[in-house]
Design a protein around this ligand. Structure first.
Ligand SMILES: *[C@@H]1O[C@H](CO)[C@@H](O)[C@H](O)[C@H]1NC(C)=O
Ligand SMILES: *[C@@H]1O[C@H](CO)[C@@H](O)[C@H](O)[C@H]1NC(C)=O
Ligand SMILES: *[C@@H]1O[C@H](CO)[C@@H](O)[C@H](O)[C@H]1NC(C)=O
Length: 295
């Protein structure tokens, strides 16, 4: 279960920090503190991240490898739900801190910087009058810090100029996002992603058209859906991606499959994409799989 891993990794990162191991594991933020007290505020966090959310069979591997032609980029392919596991762990912890009645006795948001002594005193005061089956000063900010640390340890720890990321085709309606509440889960996931690193860029990647005819290869891959279900999920995914990119131009950019291979359009697309990512727009990238040799 992801929660156990999260605790383990948080502990590992914390131990690395108190060991003062900035040399062996370079950190990407300023003002690292060695005390647990400030850890939730800063933690160990990846600097710049690029996440590609794609519908299947829309050229996402070529898109990822176009960006991986930038020497400081390492965006990794299909993740077998690795990122989803981190997200789910965050959601599970949110439930763990929000649900138990014993936690409602204390409003931990009012005490973000409580010292150990303050917390222990609260415990001592209550524990003599009432059993506290679950007592913890966790709050959602701290859980987000743990999730950022988890990501940074797995993906983002090479240092300042390094850009990490993933591309995945599971973050669509009907896959990770349940069809019946796709917009809600999508928005929750996006809010999470944009907090995962100091500087987050999301690239959506789909076919230009959301029609069934333009996406038949994807349909055959998602064989468990009827044509109607498939079409509905696809339309909703396109709508969510389009709207999000339109409303958040600094955070999200939409790449259409057909433009990547259109000789009239793809040079401009490459420039616009690099500009969006705040990289040198003249850097030569091509929408192809990674060149085999780069001597
Ligand atoms: C955390 O849980 C509370 C209570 O169930 C809920 O209202 C809130 O939306 C959740 N937050 C996130 C980020 O899921
Ligand atoms: C807990 O404290 C926060 C911060 O002061 C406040 O915004 C929130 O409304 C409080 N929650 C409850 C349930 O009192
Ligand atoms: C644009 O498309 C043409 C034709 O497919 C291809 O030869 C060229 O390398 C592409 N350019 C980029 C920037 O990918």
């Amino acid at each position: 279960m992801a929660s156990f891993q999260l605790v383990g990794l948080l502990l590992a990162s914390f131990l690395l920090q108190i060991a003062g191991s900035e040399q062996t594991v370079p950190t990407t933020h300023e003002g690292l503190s060695t005390t647990a007290r400030v850890l939730p505020k800063h933690g160990f966090v990846a600097n710049k991240c690029v996440f590609i959310l794609a519908t299947g069979h829309s050229g996402s591997t070529a898109l990822m490898d176009a960006l991986n032609q930038l020497p400081n980029y390492l965006i990794r392919g299909e993740q077998y739900a690795a990122i989803w596991n981190i997200y789910e762990s965050y959601m599970n912890f949110n439930w763990t801190i929000a649900d138990p009645l014993s936690q409602l006795k204390f409003n931990w948001s009012e005490r973000p910087h409580a010292t150990f002594k303050e917390v222990k005193d609260l415990y001592d005061k209550e524990a003599v009058t009432e059993k506290l089956p679950w007592f913890n000063e966790f709050n959602l900010d701290r859980i987000m810090a743990a999730a950022r640390t988890y990501y940074a340890i797995l993906y983002g720890y090479y240092g300042k100029g390094f850009v990490s990321g993933f591309k995945d085709s599971r973050y669509v309606c009907g896959e990770s996002f349940e069809s019946w509440r796709c917009a809600e889960v999508f928005n929750g996931f996006m809010t999470f992603l944009r907090k995962l690193c100091l500087d987050v860029k999301v690239v959506f990647n789909t076919r230009t058209s959301d029609s069934f005819e333009s996406n038949t290869r994807l349909f055959h891959q998602m064989a468990r859906f009827s044509v109607d279900e498939f079409s509905k999920n696809l339309k909703e995914t396109h709508r969510l991606f389009n709207d999000y990119a339109k409303n958040n131009p600094d955070l999200a950019f939409h790449v259409f499959y057909e433009e990547m291979y259109d000789a009239q359009k793809n040079a401009t697309l490459a420039r616009n994409l690099l500009q969006f990512l705040k990289e040198d727009p003249s850097f030569p990238i091509r929408f192809t799989r990674m060149p085999a040799s780069r001597s």
